[in-house]
Ligand binder design. Structure first.
Ligand code: I3S
Length: 129
């Protein structure tokens, strides 16, 4: 990720723009709010920064690249979301150990497939144990 946010001290493993919404936080259901987010996978953390209409308008390395929120992937699970969860195509459902659920989506198959692979590999390594 050559364009990863400056506050990250180690190289990012994967980054890109994804559509994201939280659907549950600490076990409590939330109203969906899909936003385009600059997403960075780094170690066992997944960081989301609010995008400004996509990758091209993102001010890389500027102080705008602060994470909006971070998800701990340790003990999380990832699966393809069912039709009931979203009418969109290519939606990943991510559940954290602490009961936060997110939907992550891209219109581009190859993009979302790469993220699915990266997330499942990260979660399945169990290297933090
Ligand atoms: O699961 P839902 O409630 O059908 O999710 C849709 C809503 O969040 C909708 O916004 P409103 O809260 O204003 O109705 C969004 O625009 C839709 O994108 C959500 O559904 P999808 O299927 O796109 O996740």
């Amino acid at each position: 990720c050559p364009s990863s946010p400056k506050h990250l001290s180690t190289p990012s493993e994967k980054c890109g723009v994804l559509n994201v919404t939280k659907i549950t936080e600490n076990g409590k259901k939330l109203r969906k709010n899909w936003t385009s987010s600059w997403t960075v996978l780094q170690g066992f953390s997944l960081l989301f920064a609010k995008g400004q209409g996509g990758s091209t308008s993102w001010k890389f390395g500027s102080n705008q690249s602060k994470p909006e929120f971070t998800v701990d992937l340790r003990g999380a699970s990832v699966e393809w979301a069912s039709k009931e969860k979203s009418s969109k195509k290519h939606v990943i459902e991510l559940k954290t150990r602490l009961g936060t659920e997110l939907l992550i989506q891209s219109e581009i198959d190859s993009v979302i497939n790469d993220w699915y692979r990266a997330l499942t590999e990260t979660i399945n390594t169990h290297a933090w144990e």
